[in-house]
Design a protein around this ligand. Structure first.
Ligand code: GLY
Length: 392
């Protein structure tokens, strides 16, 4: 596997940043036991139950910390969190949405990848079945939110969904049943055609009628309907790169490259993006460090598939270095009692919620990026040793 590590030079020592994160994670675990961190706008996270779209990120962080440190305490904590995901699926609690990959990929599938525990594998497969159940045959899409008859969301796709598709690709290779991957490819193709615009920017969401006829692009968390929500663009960079890894379809690779080129042209000099690429920037405009961290992971995935002489390579590597140096320096300057890893994330600025603080998914992708750089551990979007596809 070709890595970028040897070509990146930085003053920041990634291993020190990881050790700082492991210490903080252990401290948080010992304080909050079975609770899950959500978002924060001061030095403490809100800690809650397993009933939102984001709890998998915390378990994913614990797995990453375990993989780095080999600390048995972390392994036991991650395993015991999986019990909570098991109960949630069993009770069908707050699961009427598409974020099943985020929830179960980073908990149960990660547990299978690391531990080779058949129970974790079975849970991940049951979760994949649940996600498959959101495929709407008549319209040919995975419905993002709500029940099938939801008048607003019945025919709606969102760009974030690309990150839930790896669970489906994996389920096909784990079971030999092609159906999961067929649905994933259908969703990725639909996203490529309708969410990605001709100038390489993206819609956050797109609406179809019940027969699958396209209606219009729109947004949920972006600045306005035609704007480019920064985190959505980052989900697209990473999501299409992962769809390429799982399928070998070069159109997905090209799409990831296009989205990345658009993103990196709009990064401010200090390395951390604003929450929407079209928002007028003033002194009080929110940043989204989580979008920056997601984009870095997507770019690191993309770099694994680019030829050594690809003209985009150098610029992408420079951006990884700029962004990760900024994130790690800021993270390591925060005292241990500050519970999050990276500050200045935003959640739903348009909805006036989570304007500036820690976002648990931002912390996860920051740590994943560090482990990709330091240890070549790529998170939990595919099984280790699964080769990249044709075109590499
Ligand atoms: N997937 C929801 C978000 O990025 O806010």
């Amino acid at each position: 596997m070709k890595t970028v590590k040897n070509t990146l030079v930085t003053n920041v020592k990634w291993h020190e940043a990881i050790e700082y994160a492991v210490l903080k994670t252990k401290h948080n675990l010992s304080r909050y036991k079975q609770k899950f961190p959500h978002i924060a706008n001061d030095k403490c996270y809100d800690w809650g139950d397993n009933e939102d779209w984001i709890e998998g990120f915390w378990t994913g962080i614990v797995w990453l910390c375990y993989e780095y440190s080999g600390d048995e305490y972390l392994r036991l904590q991650a395993n015991s969190q999986i019990d909570s995901f098991h109960r949630r699926l069993q009770n069908q609690h707050a699961l009427e949405h598409h974020d099943i990959g985020f929830l179960y990929g980073l908990s149960a599938l990660a547990g299978w990848i690391i531990e080779e525990d058949e129970q974790h594998k079975l849970l991940a497969l049951r979760a994949a079945d649940h996600l498959l159940g959101r495929w709407r045959e008549a319209s040919g899409l995975i419905q993002a939110w709500g029940p099938e008859d939801d008048p607003e969301n019945g025919g709606r796709i969102i760009i974030d969904c690309l990150m839930n598709l790896p669970l489906l690709y994996w389920a096909s290779s784990a079971t030999g049943n092609p159906r999961y991957a067929e649905v994933a490819v259908g969703q990725a193709e639909l996203s490529r055609k309708f969410l990605v615009r001709g100038d390489d920017s993206s819609y956050h969401t797109f609406y179809f009628d019940r027969s699958g006829n396209p209606l219009r692009g729109g947004t949920h968390q972006g600045y306005r309907d035609g704007s480019t929500w920064t985190r959505g663009q980052a989900w697209g960079i990473y999501g299409f790169a992962l769809s390429y890894r799982h399928t070998g379809n070069l159109r997905f690779l090209e799409t990831s490259k296009r989205l990345a080129a658009y993103f990196i042209e709009r990064i401010p000099a200090d390395g951390i993006v604003y929450w929407d690429f079209d928002v007028p920037v003033t002194g009080s405009t929110s940043r989204d460090s989580s979008a920056s961290a997601i984009a870095v992971c997507g770019i690191l995935e993309l770099l694994e598939h680019l030829a050594p002489a690809d003209p985009q390579r150098q610029r992408l590597e420079d951006v990884v270095l700029l962004t990760m140096s900024a994130l790690a320096e800021s993270s390591m300057s925060m005292a241990q009692e500050y519970e999050g890893l990276i500050d200045h994330g935003s959640y739903h600025v348009r909805g006036d919620y989570g304007l500036d603080g820690y976002m648990i998914w931002g912390d996860y992708f920051y740590l994943e990026a560090l482990l990709r750089l330091e240890k070549q551990i790529p998170g939990y979007w595919y099984e280790r040793g699964s080769s990249s596809q044709e075109g590499d």
